[in-house]
Ligand binder design. Structure first.
Ligand code: SAM
Ligand code: SF4
Length: 321
């Protein structure tokens, strides 16, 4: 079992398989980065899998594939099947913008993927075009439909932004509710890569909008999820993620692996250690030692919103959010 210095059990690994993306979301990657990680620096699926086996053997029970846009990587279903075959009861999930999901959903499900988080910030094609800087909405919605059809469980992430999509909070919630999908509103997190003019909504502002139409009660956190949940009278549950708070750090159980092989103990901090050399050499012992070291050094909490807070320099498309 992996236990950090604050007695938290670390059993959740997020794996970014690429930093590249087919969208240019205003809050994440409004412009193509000056340089991508060279393809030769990306770990192959076999190399990522070498590390994942180590992590599973050390006690990881949940793996989320993310990016950039994970569906840009060819043969992702083969990678998912490698993980599934190694540990069929692993909680295997993925976060995607869903643009390529329609053609991939069945293969992913057959390979062993259980759950999906999909980003839907709007239901208006022109607003989707404004946010992602591409005409994406019809592909995204078709992708979600297909995922539900093949039996994947889907949660939706929405980042509410002032003057952009804040008038669609109820519409997105209702779209999700009608289809049995939980929606989570993520507070916009400032970062140096994002469009500087963006202003996100705080959780109270999102709740105030929802209160105009619904009554609901606070259910608090659910396990180690960073999402604060609320339940409506009819039983529907939605979540709010407040990254500027640090109360969810107490139950944080996650570490992140980038596509280049950097293991990151906390999204806020720049610290990371590489497992790339170790897995390339097949040196499993060293990979396990690095993993234990990273877990040991996991900070107690993030510092977003703290006195010495500076906008994070980490790109969400690099760490996978
Ligand atoms: N491309 C996939 C997608 O968009 O779902 C996976 C990667 S994306 C980096 C993962 C999540 O990070 C998405 O739900 C996205 O909305 C969220 N995200 C990206 N930048 C963000 C920001 N500045 N503030 C809050 N959430 C952000
Ligand atoms: Fe791409 Fe996801 Fe970032 Fe949007 S949020 S640019 S879809 S990685």
């Amino acid at each position: 079992m992996l236990i950090d210095s604050y007695d938290r059990v670390v059993d959740y690994l997020r794996v970014s398989v690429t930093e590249r993306c087919n969208f240019r979301c205003q809050y994440c990657m409004p412009e193509k980065p000056f340089s991508w990680v060279p393809k030769e620096n990306l770990l192959s699926f076999e190399e990522l899998f070498e590390f994942i086996k180590v992590a599973i053997d050390e006690g990881v029970k949940k793996i989320r594939i993310t990016g950039g846009e994970p569906l840009l990587r060819e043969d992702l279903d083969v990678f998912i099947k490698m993980i599934y075959d190694y540990k069929p009861d692993i909680d295997l999930a993925m976060t995607t913008n869903a643009y390529l999901l329609k053609g991939a959903a069945q293969k992913l499900k057959s390979a062993g993927l259980k759950r999906l988080n999909v980003s839907i910030d709007t239901l208006k094609p022109e607003v989707a075009q404004q946010i992602a800087q591409k005409d994406v909405l019809s592909h995204v919605l078709e992708g979600v439909k297909e995922a539900l059809k093949v039996g994947l469980k889907v949660k939706v992430n929405m980042v509410p932004m002032k003057g952009v999509n804040d008038n669609e909070i109820i519409d997105v919630l209702e779209y999700c509710k009608e289809r049995g999908m939980t929606v989570r509103f993520i507070e916009y997190m400032e970062n140096v890569h994002a469009n500087k003019d963006l202003k996100g909504l705080k959780s109270e502002e999102v709740l105030d909008i929802l209160k105009q139409k619904y009554t609901f009660y606070d259910e608090g956190f659910d396990g180690s999820s960073p999402s604060h949940y609320y339940r409506m009278d009819d039983g529907y549950r939605f979540g709010i993620i407040e990254p500027y708070e640090d109360d969810f750090c107490k139950q944080c159980n996650r570490i992140r692996l980038t596509a280049e092989g950097f293991l990151i103990p906390c999204l806020y901090f720049d610290e990371a250690m590489s497992i790339a050399d170790a897995v390339k050499k097949g040196d499993i012992k060293t990979a396990a030692l690095v993993l234990k070291e990273v877990v040991k050094n996991k900070p107690e909490k993030n510092r977003w919103g703290g006195e010495d807070d500076e906008s994070s320099t980490r790109a969400f498309y690099e760490t996978g959010g």
